[in-house]
Design a protein around this ligand. Structure first.
Ligand SMILES: [Zn+2]
Ligand SMILES: [Zn+2]
Length: 571
């Protein structure tokens, strides 16, 4: 009996131990090796419509991540580009009576302008219809064919007898074979969200003429995803990034992995090698853009052309993908399998942002439930949107946008805490001293700054951008209470001794403002540059490192005439 009990205890302990390991593996943190350069990518916007805040929920945090990493001393390359192929663009061109190139050109320029306006600073922003992306895609597809991972197969494809053509992807609509919801040819977008293979959709209808479609046998090429099951299981166990991405992908690998049809009957796209009548599926050449944009950047910088291999062939860089949760399957399953099959380096982390809702309703362009970036920027400073997007909710959670919640964040946080601290203290100093007064920085202040620095770094390791802004706002709050507690406005009236004591207190609060500025620059680059200049700093806040946090602000440096940082917004 005793033995049985002992075994039972040992068994439980072991189980517990296993559970602990699981927790460790699942905590989502990924320490980035400092020696390696880091390649950060942001999902490619599909350029058949305008930029909305759903897009920005992925791009802004990626930009913040890159800015903080650089301040920490990492060598970072940040790239993205326009996703230009696939049936939605062709359909939208047909509907407007223009070429797919014209659609792409219009929105490619639009997205570039939006990123510039929002200070999302890519080192390179390319497009997947570029010559280099065509070349890299052909090379990878040929490699996959040579390695036996792409094969030919007769399959049933939706065919419209009225239009006399095959109906790839968005050219066909029907019912999802899994959940019965109305679905597109390649995706159950209104129902279960599953990727659909050609020929899978039930009751297909032609999207152009509306008539019932048939299925017709046709030769297509398939990627042998099923051969990568074991590889993916162990790869996903070590994949860094956010848990939502890894867990969702793991769930998929536990089910059967089906081979992917990687060709389509279209004119617009990257031609499948040796077949003038077929192009590769857009989800083949889109992520390959990450590679070709890296090549283009290296070329643009005038570096040795082989340098891109460091990132994509030789495992000498850390690759981090920022995406939305709707494309986890493509980035955590399809993409690494393709890279593995063609002999390329694998991504180290996938960071997936939650989706955006508007006033509790599902984001939908067709239903008008959307907030456009241009509409926002006409009325508000871009930094307020950058702040809101990360402050409003945890990165992997759904973000429910409402104007009320935006006004609250601006008025109660940016105006009442951050703006108030800066304006009140800089104005007081400017009026009474004109420059940073003499004094020592107190232990208590340095301790608070150090604590915030640690929180910011751990926020980056957890890809939790809300934690960053919350930590810095806490520091700003501390600055306000420190100023309030010491009542320097009384001291200034108490003779030479009082003035000296007052100066010391003011210098401490200026040190806090300086720290807030360095740590918040990644989130609000323009606004923090304004504060930096008010403090009379000579360096560039965009390039100062985190080490600067512990350096006392220089006494005697002249302050600029203070200006209010944020205006209250009215409903
Ligand atoms: Zn479905
Ligand atoms: Zn038709």
């Amino acid at each position: 009996m005793f033995l049985i009990l002992l075994y039972f205890i040992l068994y439980c302990k072991q189980k517990l131990y296993l559970v602990n390991i699981e927790v460790l593996l699942l905590n989502g943190k990924m320490k980035i090796p400092l020696k390696k350069p880091v390649l950060v990518t942001s999902a490619l916007p599909y350029v058949n419509g305008e930029c909305h805040i759903g897009h920005l929920r992925t791009y802004v945090p990626a930009d913040i991540y890159v800015r903080v990493l650089r301040k920490m001393g990492y060598d970072v390359v940040f790239i993205s580009g326009s996703d230009t192929h696939g049936t939605p663009i062709v359909l939208s061109a047909e509907a407007q009576g223009i070429t797919p190139q014209a659609v792409v050109e219009k929105y490619h320029q639009h997205f570039k302008r939006m990123f510039q306006a929002l200070n999302v600073n890519f080192d390179y922003y390319g497009r997947t219809d570029s010559e280099s992306n065509h070349r890299r895609t052909e090379e990878i597809v040929k490699k996959l064919i040579d390695n036996g991972y792409v094969y030919k197969k007769e399959t049933k494809q939706a065919f419209c007898n009225t239009c006399g053509r095959f109906l790839p992807d968005r050219y066909v609509e029907g019912k999802c074979p899994y959940c019965g919801a109305i679905a597109r040819g390649d995706e159950c977008d209104q129902g279960c969200g599953k990727h659909l293979e050609p020929g899978e959709i039930i009751e297909p209808r032609c999207k152009i003429c509306g008539s019932e479609a048939d299925f017709k046998e046709q030769e297509q090429f398939y990627f042998k995803l099923s051969a990568f099951a074991d590889f993916l299981i162990s790869y996903l166990d070590h994949l860094g990034g956010t848990l939502n991405a890894r867990n969702y992908a793991k769930e998929w690998t536990r089910k059967e992995l089906r081979d992917w049809c990687v060709t389509r009957n279209l004119e617009w796209g990257v031609k499948f090698p040796g077949r003038g009548d077929l192009v590769v599926y857009v989800w083949v050449d889109a992520p390959i853009g990450y590679i070709s944009f890296t090549e283009d950047l290296i070329k643009e910088k005038g570096e040795d052309e082989k340098e891109w291999r460091k990132y994509w062939k030789e495992n000498k860089a850390t690759i981090v993908h920022f995406i939305g949760t709707d494309i986890i399957y493509h980035h955590c399953i399809f993409w690494p399998a393709m890279l593995k099959g063609a002999g390329y380096s694998l991504p180290d982390a996938v960071v997936a942002s939650g989706m955006v809702k508007i006033d509790g309703k599902t984001f939908s362009k067709s239903r008008g439930n959307v907030v456009w970036a241009t509409e926002f920027l006409e009325r508000f400073h871009p930094d307020t949107l950058r702040y809101y997007l990360v402050a409003q909710s945890s990165h992997t959670k759904e973000l429910d946008f409402s104007w009320d919640s935006f006004y609250t964040r601006v008025n109660h946080e940016l105006v009442a805490i951050l703006g108030n601290l800066v304006h009140r203290v800089v104005s007081f100093t400017y009026k009474n001293f004109g420059a940073v007064p003499e004094g020592d920085i107190e232990e208590e202040v340095f301790a608070q700054i150090e604590l915030t620095r640690e929180e910011v770094i751990s926020a980056m390791e957890e890809y939790e951008f809300k934690k960053l802004v919350d930590a810095v706002m806490k520091l700003a709050y501390f600055g306000n209470s420190f100023f309030q507690r010491e009542e320097p406005w009384h001291l200034i009236k108490e003779g030479e001794k009082g003035r000296e004591r007052c100066g010391g207190i003011v210098k401490n609060v200026l040190q806090i403002i300086k720290a807030v500025c360095i740590l918040m620059e990644a989130v609000m680059p323009d606004k923090m540059a304004e504060v930096w200049s008010q403090l009379g700093m000579e360096s560039d806040v965009h390039s100062v490192m985190l080490d600067e946090l512990m350096m006392p602000i220089k006494s005697g440096q002249t302050l600029k005439k203070p200006k209010k940082l944020f205006e209250r917004v009215e409903v």
